[in-house]
Design a binder for this molecule. Structure first.
Ligand code: GDP
Ligand code: MG
Length: 399
């Protein structure tokens, strides 16, 4: 059995350097407090998204799909031919309550005034707006876009109901999906140019099939333009419906492994049988749950997936190989940690121990840190693989 060294280990010297900087000058209680605060603060970050557009354009449908909900699920926004929204209505994400998608009143009524509208919906509240049109963009969209810009906020133009545009074109013999999409996009962008938008970008979206068409482009653009501390929560909250989103979820979750492992080693309570290592198993369990949640592999999400894809829970679970998919328990965590600990060479531990003075004072602390971070990295990889397999299988059954 090979032991881990720094070369094939997943922890890079750069990560160690970073950890060293953050805690080497502090005493143990302060170090623990600092890391805890960083982790807690992340969970408090708010994201407010304002979804606007004409009545019937598909705002409510988008608000639901963006939060991974169907139109009839609990907590969903009412959709239908008659506009039901007269005031901004807040729809918190079912798993990340600090992510709030706001279903805004329809625009484009005869007396529509963009400045009054924005005041009425409390524009300061939103990190950005999504302006939805189910057909051409019109004067009211541009007015609103300009006013949003004037107020120093961002917006994204979305052309919705692309599935039905595609379905209509499909009847033609010469149908070519890419060409159809390009034509719609150009048409929208030209329209915007004509009414004075310099560099228009339009995202083609279907609220019914959110994972298709331009969702990846939209998601990339939002992520790029958000402040750093808000990107994480956006990526966690997005439904796990494209391979790109899947990959990014893994990335943001990876960023915390060092912190969680360190905290687990510093507040260590449960010794791993047979090894001089102690960890905080509850902390690890919480982090593992976070992984399953973010990837939509928790039981409620899987049940929903089964309802829409026609697969059974058993079929879906048979695709999952990660060690905790049957449930996360202290004993399963300790077993896996034990196996990981055996893989870490003493050289690595010693080098690590000399590197970080605080836990360096306890060799077991260094060992615990390395063991937990390796275990979490492996678990995250496995869980991300599971979710990719489940995602691909559910896409296959969709026609
Ligand atoms: N084909 C298709 N229909 C949609 C889509 N989004 C919304 N709709 C339908 O369009 C109508 C208006 O949608 P809704 O979300 O209530 O629009 P809102 O008035 O802007 O909130 C409803 O009948 C929806 O089912 C979509 O992406 N594709
Ligand atoms: Mg509505």
């Amino acid at each position: 059995m090979a032991t881990l060294t720094f070369e094939d280990d997943l922890i890079t010297p750069g990560e160690l350097e970073h950890l060293k900087e953050s805690i080497s000058t502090q005493d143990l209680p302060t170090a623990i407090k600092t890391i805890k605060e960083v982790l807690e603060k992340q969970d408090l970050v708010e994201l407010n998204i304002g979804v606007t557009g004409e009545s019937g354009s598909g705002k409510s449908t988008f608000v639901n799909a963006f939060r991974g909900l169907g139109d009839e699920d609990e907590g969903s926004s009412k959709t239908g031919p008659v506009e039901t929204t007269m005031e901004p209505e807040v729809y918190p994400h079912p798993k990340y309550k600090t992510v709030k998608v706001w279903d805004l009143p329809g625009i484009g009524t005869p007396n529509f005034k963009a400045d009054e509208y924005l005041k009425q919906v409390v524009f300061e509240r939103y990190d950005f707006f999504i302006i939805i049109a189910s057909d051409r963009f019109r004067e009211c969209h541009i007015q609103l876009a300009k006013e949003i810009m004037r107020m120093g906020k961002r917006f994204y133009f979305v052309r919705s109901k692309i599935d039905s545009s595609i379905a209509a074109e499909k009847r033609k013999k010469s149908f070519d999906q890419k060409k159809t999409l390009d034509t719609i996009r150009e048409d929208c962008e030209n329209g915007l140019r004509k009414i004075g938008v310099e560099d228009p970008v339009v995202f083609l979206i279907s609220g019914w099939e959110l994972g298709k068409y331009d969702l990846n482009q939209l998601q990339e653009r939002m992520e790029r333009e958000l402040p750093q501390h808000k990107r994480r929560v956006l990526m966690l909250a997005l439904p796990n419906i494209t391979l790109e989103i899947n990959e990014k979820k893994k990335k943001v979750l990876q960023e915390n492994i060092g912190r969680v492992a360190l905290l687990s080693a510093l507040v260590a309570t449960v010794p791993i049988p047979g090894l001089s290592v102690a960890v905080d198993a509850a902390l690890i369990a919480k982090e593992l749950k976070r992984y399953y949640n973010a990837f939509g592999l928790d039981d409620p999400s899987l049940q929903k997936l089964c309802r829409t894809s026609g697969k059974t829970i058993k079929e879906v679970k048979s695709l999952m190989k990660s060690p905790f998919h049957q449930g996360i328990s202290t004993s399963s965590i300790l077993t896996l940690l034990g196996a990981t600990a055996l893989l870490i060479s003493e050289d690595v531990v010693e080098m690590f121990v000399s590197f970080i003075p605080i836990i360096g004072s306890v060799v077991a602390g260094g060992m615990s840190y390395l063991t937990v971070s390796n275990m979490l990295k492996k678990a995250l990889n496995d869980i991300a693989d599971d979710s990719r397999n489940v995602l691909m299988a559910s896409l296959e059954t969709e026609v």
